[in-house]
Design a protein around this ligand. Structure first.
Ligand code: ADP
Ligand code: ZN
Length: 520
């Protein structure tokens, strides 16, 4: 018996067989049922609604948040002879009218719309006059406040179910931890939908996170040693740092190009084009880069700054090694990153609830940085896919973290925060511990504190490491208002009283020789 879905896959899309559970999803939607599809980027989500769109009568309506992505999709569909178009706010009125005419004539297989457009009166009237084959909700995590890209317009999509009963809905996303998943189901009314989850494991990506000392130099060492000619992406938090880093790498002889939202559209397009077309290009970018980039042979993704959440880290590192060949996810981070991210969060206009969520996400990201066990295990547990064994292919599996008893020094570090009034950042606290007589210690009378000079057993770098780990483990908070002042948290009480022991990790800046031997 012939399978219409497979026939279309072959004849229209030119592929020989389905990937993963594509065929199951298609069957579910063609039969008129709802579905929630979780598949990593590049997994092949689009076919899951495009093929049902061609099999079911009428027009499939696809909700998509990014106009640029819509245009890409529509162009490639048209090349395959599929009738696709879109409606969004950036269109000229006459173009919009033309699309509406086609829609009413039943001349469209797929119509892409922006979420805020879908529930307008005029759009509803239009949809009432046609046969809707299905609704596809792309980037469905946008409906979740816990998800990394909340868009309030997505909330209205819950009305689709009552407004168009009997029309199947398929929601798709690439990143959704358990909590986001639950929010998607509740908020889109997909409680009874079948959920299709692909593995989030990317076994060909080697995860590696070290402490930042001289970030750019560490990056260059890594690139020269391990990826002397490869192309890859370097992420930085600010535009300024993107430009500086790109310039610096270029001076060091690498083909590095900047990419951020402050560049002209022509420059962005040209840099993106070179990245895809030429060999060995390194794109240095803010998070603005990546959505919709389909380059299979990205051999490394490097982070010079801490991403704001595990989802962001996963999504960004996931752009490496789409071809299945070995690739590296490399990162350096330090306490300063935490201070900066907190300040950004505090400055945003987001509600208190959202700020709190962002805070929690940053904490989980920090926990991933400071683990002593396998990174992949932590990462996959976050996506509700626990690995039962350490992966054997991450920095900590190859070279376990060295731990030491930090109880005594942690107590000194905490009491130094307390004695100086919980108003100072890490640099000053370390000066006090080391007994450095600076303008600032004298001005505040901190050279008379009982903690002045009690920490000579460690050097500056090690004290910074102690504070960073105390922050990452939730004993100390970073204040975003006053230049990263450290404040004690409830959790540190038993540590201060001596009822609790703490093990700290020894910092690592470069892989050791042993590690390099095994890795190469
Ligand atoms: P996603 O939306 O999940 O990121 P896409 O739908 O854009 O992924 O698909 C990624 C790439 O994989 C596209 O180039 C697509 O044409 C290709 N692809 C999808 N399904 C198949 C398949 N069954 N066989 C071969 N290639 C496929
Ligand atoms: Zn591991």
């Amino acid at each position: 018996m012939s399978d219409p879905a497979l026939d279309i896959l072959k004849s229209t899309f030119g592929y020989q067989s389905f990937r993963g559970f594509q065929s199951d999803v298609i069957g579910e939607v063609v039969a008129g049922h709802d579905a929630l599809v979780l598949m990593p980027t590049g997994g092949g989500k689009s076919l899951c609604y495009q093929i049902p769109a061609l099999i079911r009568g009428g027009t499939a309506v696809v909700v998509s948040p990014l106009i640029a992505l819509m245009d890409d999709q529509i162009n490639s569909l048209r090349e395959l002879g599929i009738r696709a178009d879109c409606l969004h706010s950036a269109m000229l009125p006459e173009d919009r009218a033309q699309v509406e005419r086609e829609l009413l004539l039943g001349d469209l297989d797929l119509l892409y719309v922006a979420p805020e457009r879908l529930l307008t009166e005029s759009m509803q009237r239009l949809l009432d006059q046609i046969q809707v084959a299905l609704f596809a909700i792309d980037e469905a995590h946008c409906v979740s406040q816990w998800g990394h890209d909340f868009r309030p317009e997505y909330l209205q999509l819950s009305r689709l179910q009552t407004r168009f009963p009997g029309v199947p809905r398929i929601a798709l996303t690439a990143t959704a931890d358990l909590r986001t998943r639950q929010e998607i189901r509740e908020r889109l009314g997909l409680e009874s939908a079948r959920v299709f989850t692909d593995s989030f494991n990317r076994p060909n990506i080697f995860y590696r996170i070290s402490q930042k000392k001289q970030g750019k130099q560490q990056l260059l060492n890594f690139l020269n040693k391990e990826h002397p000619e490869d192309s890859g992406i370097v992420y930085c938090l600010s535009r300024k740092k993107v430009e500086q880093t790109a310039e610096w790498l270029a001076q060091a002889g690498r083909k590095a190009l900047p990419y951020h939202a402050g560049l002209s559209p022509e420059e962005r397009r040209s840099n993106q084009h070179r990245f895809i077309a030429e060999e060995g290009i390194i794109i240095v970018a803010t998070i603005a880069f990546g959505m919709g980039i389909d380059k299979p042979d990205v051999r490394f993704v490097a982070h010079l700054d801490l991403p704001r959440s595990i989802e962001a880290y996963y999504q960004e590192t996931g752009r490496a090694g789409r071809d299945g060949l070995p690739a590296t996810a490399w990162m350096v981070y330090g306490l300063q990153d935490v201070v900066l991210l907190k300040q950004l969060q505090a400055r945003s206009s987001a509600s208190q609830q959202i700020q709190q969520i962002e805070q929690q996400k940053l904490e989980t990201m920090l926990a991933l940085c400071e683990v002593t066990g396998c990174r992949r295990q932590i990462l996959l547990t976050y996506f509700d896919e626990p690995l039962d064994k350490p992966c054997g292919y991450c920095d900590l599996c190859l070279e376990p973290a060295e731990v030491w008893d930090g109880t005594e020094v942690a107590r000194k570090a905490l009491s130094c925060i307390y004695r100086s009034g919980q108003n100072f950042g890490v640099a000053h606290l370390v000066d006090i511990l080391l007994g450095k007589s600076t303008d600032k210690t004298r001005r505040f009378g901190h050279d008379h504190l009982s903690t002045f000079g009690i920490g000579k057993e460690l050097d500056q770098g090690n004290w910074r490491s102690v504070y960073r780990q105390l922050v990452a483990r939730g004993y100390v908070n970073v204040d975003h208002d006053s230049h990263g002042a450290l404040k004690l948290n409830e959790n540190c009480r038993s540590l201060l009283k001596g009822d609790e022991q703490i093990e700290l990790r020894r910092d690592r800046y470069e892989p050791s020789r042993k590690y390099e031997k095994e890795y190469r």
